[in-house]
Design a protein around this ligand. Structure first.
Ligand code: FAD
Length: 397
């Protein structure tokens, strides 16, 4: 290793950390990936099957533009790296428009975002007979295999069973010192993607992120069954390796790890009431006997991911009121950052679709100092948006 070699440490081997490694690999940055678990994709990214499709709003918003661009970026990586040969998946997602309101929102979304019909089109979903948006390249995928495959392409040095305990940026030579459960690691760049465990990091725990409990139900592939994933408030995936998944429940208040049998029953009842033509052929089933998995999403206050350079709030002069600064004529707030530290978190319930693009935006902003997307998307992702809001409301002290 020559003296010039710069090293990046990525914390968290979920889909976010894997996506950051991928963006670093594109730039030939030597990368060490650490995770406190024994291997990758053990938490939110560890479900047996998930769905990939973009989030759309009636009118163009930064959130929906980001989601659509992220979906297209995902598909470009999928094609370029032949992921279809390595990641178990089934193409095609129906998104039901099962009320007038939903129809108004989503059918107009196709027009306002000028989405070509090969990406999404209106179609009747055969089992419900309801109008739906069909994403031919949307997918049911194995999140674990997707994460592992992105890591195979990215090929970082991996350190599992290695927990980040603390870190600091040295002002003298801008190195970052990470204290981990297995010793110290020095690096030039640090990327944080700890999922819900972000709250243990005192330098990022001011971010308004929530840990949200979710439960899915895994059941044996039924015959006949849906060829494509269907979203109807909940979702049913296509069958992969002999199983299908029903997802997902949502609880931000009670977070116990034990599965709740009543949620399995509820998921099943919603399926049978929304898609009776599908489930009636399966005969009597006892959903409380099917395996479940509980995991935790990390959701930001505005439900949009957080991707950007990490603000250094210890350098903000919080004795000065935000409003007073504006009164003395400052139009823009100078935000101090940890210059070589990035964060990717808050991917909520769409991490599989969003992580690769969010990571590319994050890594390019730190390495090239430039924004590869529109200004509004870039700003909408930055952690700064919460800092300013919280400063205004005096919530940072
Ligand atoms: C029930 C459920 C269903 C979902 N379904 C879908 C779906 O169908 N489609 C979709 O797109 N998204 C879905 N999601 C969302 C998606 O799974 C998440 O957005 C995504 O997995 C988040 O990935 P992540 O890498 O940010 O977090 P995680 O996968 O949780 O990874 C964080 C990693 O950081 C590690 N870590 C934490 N702290 C430390 C530390 N101090 N040191 C070292 N390592 C550390 C953890 O061990 C973990 O491996 C679902 C989520 C849930 C909960």
């Amino acid at each position: 290793m020559n003296n010039e070699t710069k090293i990046a440490v990525v914390v968290g081997a979920g889909i976010s950390g894997a996506s950051i490694c991928f963006a670093l690999k594109k730039r030939n940055i030597q990368t060490i990936l650490i995770d406190s678990e024994l291997g990758p994709a053990r938490h939110a990214s560890g479900n047996p099957i998930g769905v990939i499709y973009p989030f759309l709003t009636k009118h163009k918003l930064a959130e929906s533009e980001f989601s659509l661009a992220a979906f297209q970026y995902f598909l470009s990586v999928w094609d370029e790296f032949h992921l279809k040969s390595f990641v178990p998946h089934v193409d095609g997602i129906y998104f039901l428009m099962d009320s007038e309101e939903a129809y108004d929102r989503y059918s107009n979304a196709l027009k306002s975002h000028q989405i070509p019909t090969h990406v999404a089109n209106e179609k009747l979903e055969p089992f419900s007979g309801l109008p739906a948006i069909f994403f031919p390249y949307g997918k049911s995928v194995s999140p674990v295999d997707l994460t592992k495959q992105i890591l195979t392409i990215s090929n970082p040095e991996t350190k599992y069973s290695c927990k980040l305990l603390s870190w600091e940026e040295l002002e003298s030579d801008s190195k970052i010192i990470c204290q981990t459960s297995v010793g110290e690691i020095q690096c030039d760049y640090l990327f944080l993607s700890q999922g819900f465990q972000f709250a243990r990091d005192p330098r990022s725990n001011w971010l308004p992120l929530k840990k949200v409990r979710g439960q899915i139900l895994k059941f044996p592939e039924q015959n006949p069954t849906n060829a494509h994933g269907i979203l109807y408030g909940d979702y049913i995936t296509s069958a992969i390796n002999g199983y299908q998944v029903l997802g997902a429940t949502f609880d931000e208040f009670k977070l116990e790890e034990n599965p709740r049998p009543e949620e399995s029953i509820l998921l099943w009842e919603k399926l049978t009431s929304k898609l009776p033509k599908l489930s009636e052929k399966w005969g009597q089933q006892n959903p409380s006997l099917f395996p479940t998995r509980v995991s935790y999403r990390t959701q930001s206050q505005d439900r949009h991911p957080i991707a950007g350079k990490l603000p250094n709030i210890s350098k903000l002069d919080l004795t000065v009121k935000y409003q007073n600064l504006l009164k003395v004529g400052k139009k823009h707030m100078e935000i101090p950052y940890y210059e070589s530290v990035g964060i990717l978190n808050g991917l909520g319930s769409r991490g599989l679709t969003h992580a690769l693009y969010a990571a590319e935006i994050l890594v390019s902003s730190i390495f090239e100092g430039q924004n590869i997307t529109s200004e509004s998307i870039f700003k909408s992702l930055k952690p700064d948006r919460f800092l300013l809001r919280m400063w205004k409301r005096e919530q940072l002290t």
